[in-house]
Design a protein around this ligand. Structure first.
Ligand SMILES: Nc1nc2c(c(=O)[nH]1)N[C@H]1C(S)=C(S)[C@@H](COP(=O)(O)O)O[C@H]1N2
Ligand SMILES: [Mo]
Length: 299
């Protein structure tokens, strides 16, 4: 690893003192996280305050379980996640069908509190646990001619009403350029609020790319392929004019049907004002990945 990313959002460091002093709720996490102070009402829209577990796990996009925001919470319990096998293939030294335990063995699990911005212009702040994708890639041995990483979600028609009704094409697939995949911000999440990832959040293993629109963060991953050509991506396939392969959060490039300049923080309350969307969702350290690219064209 070249360098480890320094978490800019631990609750103690970044929650303004006034929020600690005025807090109305104290959410106690389980192992590994301890307590996180939460602000109630309008203050909950503060950029650095994590959303509640309730908010994060009841307002979801996971079309395998339906297109409604509450469908994943209602339906995902049926997904079978144990045993879980991840196929690693393509341009790697150590391809194979890995059990989740074998795949993650030896990798450092850390807490990362990230902003999360959906292309639909809502956002949350989420306390994930997981490891850097770069560490997994080092473990499986990326070969020199690999240029992209492709991901695929599990398909369990018997357990997934959205798959049965074919609301979109499945399996859900996504991809990153190799340098994006290797960036220390890019993580594979295995937990949320100090507990294993809930099924509606993409258990047992999902991608989290905090400077990209949420649909890049593919859930319940069963396949990781190192490839030479830009892989297919579900929303890019559905409508490439509306959903680019890169899909970096960019307040200056509107979706054809709505503005991306501002966002609604979930939990902000009925009268909360929208907040400005930040370039790269505020993660400026990724800017150099796109040097020389016109991000209004390669969006
Ligand atoms: N397999 C799969 N992954 C997915 C999706 C999906 O429908 N299926 N939805 C994406 C979208 S649009 C978003 S915004 C995020 C939502 O993650 P969350 O529900 O944990 O907030 O998951 C992404 N990953
Ligand atoms: Mo999304």
């Amino acid at each position: 690893m070249a360098h480890r990313w320094k978490n800019d959002m631990t609750p103690a460091d970044v929650t303004p003192k006034s929020l600690f002093l005025n807090r109305r709720q104290l959410i106690a996490g389980t192992a590994g996280l301890g307590a996180i102070a939460m602000a109630g009402g309008a203050q909950a829209q503060d950029a650095m305050t994590p959303n509640t577990l309730e908010e994060i796990t009841t307002y979801n996009n996971f079309y395998e379980f339906g297109t409604g925001k509450s469908d994943p919470a209602n339906n995902a319990e049926a997904m079978v996640i144990d045993p879980w096998t991840v196929t690693v293939d393509g341009l790697v030294d150590n391809p194979g069908d890995y059990s989740l335990a074998d795949l993650t063995e030896g990798l450092t699990i850390e807490e990362r509190i990230y902003r999360f911005r959906c292309v639909e212009a809502w956002s949350m702040v989420v306390p994930w646990q997981g490891f850097e994708l770069a560490d997994l890639l080092a473990k499986v041995g990326v070969q020199g001619d690999a240029k992209y990483v492709a991901f695929e979600t599990v398909v369990q028609p018997e357990n997934m009403p959205g798959v049965r009704s074919r609301v979109i094409d499945f399996p859900y697939v996504e991809g990153l350029r190799l340098d994006e995949a290797m960036h220390p911000l890019t993580m594979m999440a295995t937990g949320l609020y100090g507990a294993p990832l809930p099924k509606q959040s993409g258990a047992p293993l999902r991608l989290v790319v905090p400077w990209k629109y949420g649909f890049k963060s593919i859930k319940s991953i069963v396949k990781i392929s190192l490839v030479a050509e830009q892989p297919e991506a579900t929303w890019n396939n559905i409508n490439p004019r509306e959903y680019g392969f890169y899909s970096n959060v960019n307040p200056g490039v509107d979706h054809p049907r709505w503005s991306q300049a501002t966002e609604r923080r979930i939990g902000g309350g009925l009268f909360a004002s929208r907040q400005d969307t930040l370039m790269f969702n505020g993660y400026d350290e990724v800017a150099s990945l796109y040097d020389g690219m016109d991000l209004s064209k390669e969006f």
